[in-house]
Design a protein around this ligand. Structure first.
Ligand code: AMP
Length: 514
C-alpha cells in the first residue's frame, strides 16, 4: 500500500514524499481513510508508530476547504505535555508546507500575548495542553464552537496527569457535530468510559502494543545499594562500561527532585548532561531537547512527564535510575530507544525495595528481565559515601515533596523564574533552581569545554611548578583517578565548578587536610 491509496490530497502527498516516507505505517493505513470520511477514530497506539501523521495528514486534507475566523479555531488537538504539543506543531509545519494554514500553539510557560495574537488572526489548527486552553477560554479570548475536528492524543497519559475532568469540560464546549479522533496507548476503564461518552460509532484501529514492540531492545536489571550515592555510582559505572556503544542516553527518574539531584551530580562528574522535567521553564525545556537531539548533550535526565511520547530518534540507551512505580511507564521509557527498527539497550537500576515494582513490570511485559551482573541477593552496598547527599544523611525530606510530585503532573500555573543562572547552582534548594541551572548549562556547553581545557592546563602547570619547588605530600585518596572523585574532595579542583559560574561557595574551596 502507498500513501496515494489512502485518499490524501495532492498537496499532502507531495509533502509526505518530501519527508521521505513511502509506505504508511499500520496506524496510518488503518486510520487515514476513515478519518478522511469524517468518521470518529479510536486509535490504540503509542508514539513511535507513526500515529501523529495518522491524524495530521487527513486533517490537512480536510482543512483545504474553508477558512478560519478570529478566535474560532477550526480544529483542536489536545496534548498532555508541552513537548508533545510542540512536536505536533512540527508535524503540521512539515506536512503542511504546501498549505497556508495558521497554526496556534497554546502551552504553558510562554506569554499569553503572543498566543492571543495567533488566536485573533484565526487559527486553522489549534494545538494545546488542557490547562492553558481553559485559561484562554476563561479569559474570553477563545471560542470553541467553530471546532470541526477534535483530536485527543495520549489519553491514558491525560488520565495519569489528572486531566480527564478538563478533557470532559472541553469536549462539552465543542459542537456535537464535530469529528473526534482519539488516541491512547492503553485502554483503562476510565478511558473506555470517556470514549463511550464522547465518540460516535468510532472506527477502532489498534496497532501492536509497546511491550511486544520492544523485542529489539536489550533489557537488563542492575542491582544497587539503595542510598542515592550507591545508585549514582552504579549509574556512572554502567555508563562507563557501556561507553563504546553509548551514543546518547535518556536517564529516567521517578521524581523531579531526583532529576535535579542526579543532573547536578552528573555535571560534577563531567558528564555532558541536561535535564528535563515538568516544572522547568519552557525555553529551557525546548533548548535542552534541541541540544540532546543535536548531540550536544549526551545524557538527558528526565521525569516521565517531560519525556513521555517524545520523538527523539536514535537514542542508544535508556537508564532507569529509579524503577518506575507504574509498570506501564517502564514500557514507555524503554520505548525511547530502539525506535524505527533500530536496536537499543535499557538498564534499570534496582534496589531491594523495588522487588514488587519489578514483578509488576515483568507481569506486564510477560517476560523476566535478565540481571546484568547478579541479582539483588548479591548486592553489596558501597563502602561509605563517595558523594554527600545534598540534604545530608538522615536529614528530613524537604517539606513540599508531595507537592512537587503533584506539580510535576500538571501544566497549569508554572512558576515564574527569576533566579540568576550559575550563582545558585550549588545551593541547597536544588529543585527550585533547576531551570536556572539548566539555562546556565544550555547556554554554556561550549564555553564550559573551553574553560575546562584552560583550567586543566593551568592546574597541570601549577602542579608542575609546585612539584619543582617542594617535595609532594601525598593527597588523601590519591590512588583514585582524578575524574572519579567528587569535586568537594579534590584539592584546588577548579574543574568541578565549571558551569556553575564564579560564585563558588566556601565549602568547595576548602583544601582537604592531609
Ligand atoms: P509518531 O508515532 O507520530 O511519534 O512517529 C514516530 C516517527 O515515525 C516519527 O519520527 C515520524 O517522522 C516517523 N514516521 C511517521 N510516519 C512514517 C512512515 N510512514 N514511514 C516511516 N516513518 C514514519
Amino acid at each position: 500500500m502507498t500513501f496515494a491509496d489512502l485518499g490524501l490530497s495532492p498537496k499532502v502527498l507531495s509533502a509526505v514524499t518530501d519527508a521521505g516516507y513511502t509506505e504508511p505505517t499500520p496506524i496510518q493505513a488503518g486510520a487515514i481513510p476513515h478519518a478522511l470520511l469524517g468518521k470518529d477514530i479510536l486509535g490504540i497506539a503509542q508514539t513511535g508508530t507513526g500515529k501523529t501523521a495518522s491524524f495530521v495528514l487527513p486533517m490537512l486534507t480536510r482543512l483545504e476547504k474553508g477558512r478560519a475566523r478570529a478566535r474560532m479555531p477550526r480544529t483542536l488537538i489536545l496534548e498532555p505535555t508541552r513537548e508533545l504539543a510542540a512536536q505536533v506543531e512540527e508535524n503540521f509545519i512539515r506536512y503542511g508546507k504546501n498549505h497556508k494554514l495558521n497554526i496556534a500553539l497554546l502551552i504553558g510557560g510562554v506569554s499569553f500575548d503572543e498566543q492571543d495574537k495567533k488566536l485573533e488572526r484565526g487559527a486553522d489548527v489549534l494545538i494545546a495542553t488542557p490547562g492553558r486552553l481553559l485559561d484562554h477560554r476563561e479569559r474570553g479570548k477563545l471560542l470553541l464552537n467553530g471546532v470541526e475536528i477534535l483530536v485527543i492524543d495520549e489519553a491514558d497519559r491525560m488520565l495519569d496527569m489528572g486531566f480527564i475532568p478538563d478533557i470532559e469540560r472541553i469536549c462539552e464546549m465543542i459542537p456535537f457535530t464535530r469529528q473526534t479522533l482519539f488516541f491512547s496507548a492503553t485502554m483503562p476503564p476510565e478511558i473506555t468510559k470517556l470514549t463511550e461518552k464522547f465518540l460516535h460509532a468510532p472506527v477502532r484501529v489498534e496497532v501492536s502494543k509497546a511491550a511486544s514492540a520492544a523485542t529489539n531492545i536489550i533489557q537488563r536489571l542492575v542491582k544497587s545499594g539503595s542510598k542515592p550515592w550507591d545508585k549514582r555510582e552504579t549509574l556512572r559505572n554502567l555508563i562507563k562500561a557501556e561507553d563504546a556503544e553509548l551514543k546518547n542516553a535518556i536517564i529516567f527518574c521517578n521524581r523531579k527532585v531526583e532529576v535535579s539531584e542526579l543532573f547536578r551530580s552528573l555535571l560534577k562528574y563531567d558528564f555532558d548532561a541536561g535535564a528535563l522535567h515538568g516544572d522547568m521553564d519552557q525555553r529551557a525545556r525546548m533548548q535542552m531537547l534541541a541540544n540532546f537531539r543535536d548531540g550536544k548533550l549526551r545524557y538527558l535526565v528526565a521525569s516521565d512527564v517531560a519525556a513521555r511520547g517524545l520523538d527523539i530518534p536514535d537514542v542508544s540507551h535508556v537508564f532507569n535510575y529509579d524503577v518506575p512505580i507504574h509498570a506501564e511507564d517502564y514500557v514507555h521509557r524503554i520505548g525511547r530507544t530502539g525506535r524505527a527498527g533500530r536496536s537499543g539497550k535499557s538498564f534499570t537500576i534496582a534496589t531491594k525495595s523495588d522487588t514488587k515494582y519489578i514483578d509488576a513490570i515483568e507481569r506486564l511485559i510477560g517476560t523476566k528481565i535478565e540481571w546484568h551482573d547478579g541479582d539483588l541477593s548479591t548486592v553489596v552496598a558501597s563502602e561509605g559515601e563517595d558523594e554527600a547527599p545534598r540534604r545530608g544523611r538522615g536529614a528530613p525530606r524537604r517539606a513540599g515533596r508531595k507537592d512537587d510530585d503533584r506539580k510535576d503532573r500538571g501544566e497549569r500555573k508554572p512558576r515564574e523564574r527569576h533566579a540568576k543562572p550559575g550563582a545558585e547552582a550549588v545551593s541547597e534548594t536544588a529543585l527550585e533552581e533547576l531551570p536556572a541551572v539548566a539555562d546556565a548549562v544550555v547556554n554554556d556547553i561550549d564555553q564550559r569545554r573551553t574553560r575546562k581545557e584552560a583550567i586543566r592546563s593551568e592546574n597541570t602547570e601549577r602542579q608542575a611548578s609546585s612539584e619543582r619547588s617542594a617535595p609532594r605530600t601525598p593527597e588523601r585518596g590519591d590512588t583514585k583517578p582524578q575524574r572519579d572523585r567528587p569535586a568537594r574532595h579534590r584539592q584546588e579542583d577548579n574543574d568541578a565548578t565549571v558551569g556553575f559560574g564564579d560564585d563558588m561557595p566556601a565549602f568547595m574551596r576548602i583544601v582537604a587536610k592531609v
